[in-house]
Design a protein. Structure first.
Length: 219
């Protein structure tokens, strides 16, 4: 078992008294490719955790990509995903994660997005992140772009630029995008400048983040 997965299991054992019973049930139910049993377990996590479901945890060093706002629910769902992925062929894993995201309710979608950086070879799951950025659900969009290294590390340039411009439209502060300045290109600055120009022409205020991007190259 990889060190990160061991660290995750230890974290859950420390913070969730019923974790061993859950692990045993999951071990029985998750034999073979994940199906309805997996979906049921994945959806049931907050109910099983009860009052602890939304407790945020400080991740151990072996989970370096974990974010400070990840909850116990997110970590239990990550553990489930790590058990399910090896049951699938490598070619089937990315489509499965995308389907898990698309079929989930909002809380499940948020968990999937928060833990994408912690999955093995996370760059394989870019399409899930891209699909998330097409949503109008603010909680889901923020899970994809805010305090999540996946966006800066793995999004192609076109999709990254679109996500950043959408963040401006949705008034999501760009200060919440980890490592943003590493991905600011002349094209992104041009897009922001065009947006700022349109706002001025319409007599509307220009968001500070649009001004920041538009003038970034001149700094």
């Amino acid at each position: 078992m990889p060190e990160a997965e061991l660290a995750l299991k230890r974290l859950l054992q420390e913070r969730w008294p019923d974790s061993e019973r859950f692990f045993e049930r999951a071990g029985r139910d998750l034999q073979g490719p994940p199906g309805m049993s997996f979906r049921g377990l994945f959806a049931s996590v907050p109910r099983r955790l009860a009052a602890a479901a939304n407790v945020t945890l400080e991740a151990p060093p072996d989970l370096r990509a974990a974010r400070p706002h990840c909850t116990l629910t997110d970590y239990v769902r990550l553990w489930l995903m790590l058990q399910a992925l090896p049951q699938l062929s490598p070619a089937a894993q990315a489509p499965w994660v995308l389907q898990l995201f698309e079929a989930g309710e909002m809380g499940e979608q948020v968990s999937v997005l928060r833990v994408l950086p912690l999955l093995p070879e996370p760059e394989r799951f870019v399409e899930t992140g891209v699909q998330a950025c097409r949503t109008n659900a603010r909680d889901v969009f923020e899970a994809a772009v805010c305090e999540n290294p996946f966006l800066v590390q793995h999004f192609p340039e076109l999709n990254f630029n679109q996500a950043i411009m959408k963040a401006i439209f949705m008034e999501v502060p760009l200060s919440r995008v980890d490592g943003l300045e590493r991905r600011i290109t002349p094209e992104l600055s041009r897009m922001a400048a065009g947006y700022a120009s349109e706002r001025r022409a319409a007599g509307r205020p220009v968001p500070a983040d649009a001004e920041f991007l538009a003038h970034y190259g001149a700094r």
